[in-house]
Design a binder for this molecule. Structure first.
Ligand code: ADP
Ligand code: MG
Length: 326
């Protein structure tokens, strides 16, 4: 993909970098926000940072003279269409996907329904009924999906609350320990394998470009909360060491999911590649982390796209008329 550096009319543009927020991914969002704002400033953009957790006045004032909003934020209240809807109502152009793709993408059950209808392979799963007895629900889940199962929040990120249960008792235990702050939970067939993420960039004409996939290799294959935060063993391999057939399959499924969900400009798709090489699509990240050492930046760099050019691409994605899009 060919991305040209910022043009003269883009330099000096006032851009509000929206970051922080109140989700459990706040600290990682702040890291992305700071890195993005610093890099944009060096590139000549007049970037200023807005923390979404600050006052309503702070947000409106910060957006005041901004030509656009650059979203370096994640999680509930920001990646789920709410912020996008607010910005549209205020007529502020913003980066990334629109309201509908963001809202569906944040909900792993709805997102899987949409992408599987388009032919993408997803693990079987079910919503956990928070009102049912944990032991009754554990038997239902285990019979429906076969053990082991993955239990995870429907609308979180960063592997928050993700756990593998191998016996009915451990499913019961996991359901008894559920943390209500994680919101609704789901259970999913656990596929032992390798965790691979695929970045998709879409240009102004709608052509898509797939970045080299990245494997996060951990001892049990699960890209856990601790692994993501560098407190558990995790080696990164980009490009992921997969066969040409698996690579083509990953690329095809990531692009199909990007289009089926109606994502715009960029997205990152998480898969587990089973021991037989078949990819299982787990989720989309419509606002993946944008720190310099983050997964999307790593993939872009290996694909020959510098961090500055990646930000340039994302920045230009704000420049569309959302009125005709979902
Ligand atoms: N059904 C599953 N089978 C195997 N591993 C899974 C499954 N679901 C999640 N994982 C592992 O947990 C990680 C986090 O899950 P994911 O669905 O991507 O949620 P999050 O939004 O928290 O990143 C994945 O990258 C993968 O390593
Ligand atoms: Mg993920």
């Amino acid at each position: 993909m060919y991305i040209t550096p910022l043009e003269a009319d883009e330099i000096g543009m006032p851009v509000a970098v929206i970051t922080g927020g109140w989700s459990r991914e706040r600290d990682r969002a702040l890291l992305s926000g700071r890195t993005v704002a610093d890099a944009l400033t060096v590139m000549g953009v007049k970037a200023h940072v807005i923390d979404l957790a600050d006052s309503r006045e702070g947000l409106l004032e910060g957006l005041g003279d901004a030509a656009m909003a650059f979203l370096a934020i994640a999680g509930r209240g920001a990646e789920d269409g709410r912020l996008q809807g607010l910005l549209e109502t205020l007529s502020v152009p913003y980066t990334g996907s629109g309201v509908l793709a963001s809202a569906i993408g944040m909900n792993k059950i709805h997102a899987k329904t949409v992408v599987s209808a388009a032919g993408v392979c997803v693990p079987r799963g079910t919503r956990i009924d928070p009102k049912a007895d944990a032991d009754v629900e554990a038997v239902r889940v285990s019979q429906l999906l076969d053990l082991p199962v993955m239990i995870k929040p429907i609308s979180e990120g960063g592997s928050i609350g993700v756990q593998v249960a191998t016996t009915v008792d451990s499913v019961t235990f996991a359901l008894e320990q559920l943390d209500v702050t994680d919101g609704e939970m789901m259970a999913e067939a656990f596929h032992r394998g390798r965790s691979v993420s695929v970045g998709v960039l879409e240009d102004a004409l709608g052509a898509v470009h797939v970045l080299p996939p990245l494997e996060a290799r951990t001892p049990n294959g699960v890209y856990s909360y601790a692994a993501k935060r560098g407190t558990a063993v995790c080696d990164y391999h980009c490009p992921a060491r997969v066969s040409p057939i698996t690579l083509a399959d990953l690329e095809h499924q990531a692009v199909t999911a990007h289009r089926a969900l109606g994502c715009h400009s960029y997205s990152r798709h998480d898969f587990v590649v089973g021991e037989d090489g078949s990819p299982w699509w787990l989720e989309v990240n419509t606002l993946p982390g944008l720190s310099k050492g983050g997964n999307l930046a790593r993939m872009a760099t290996v694909g020959g796209i510098s961090y500055d050019l990646l930000l340039t691409h994302i920045l230009r994605g704000a420049d569309i008329d959302r009125r005709t899009r979902p």
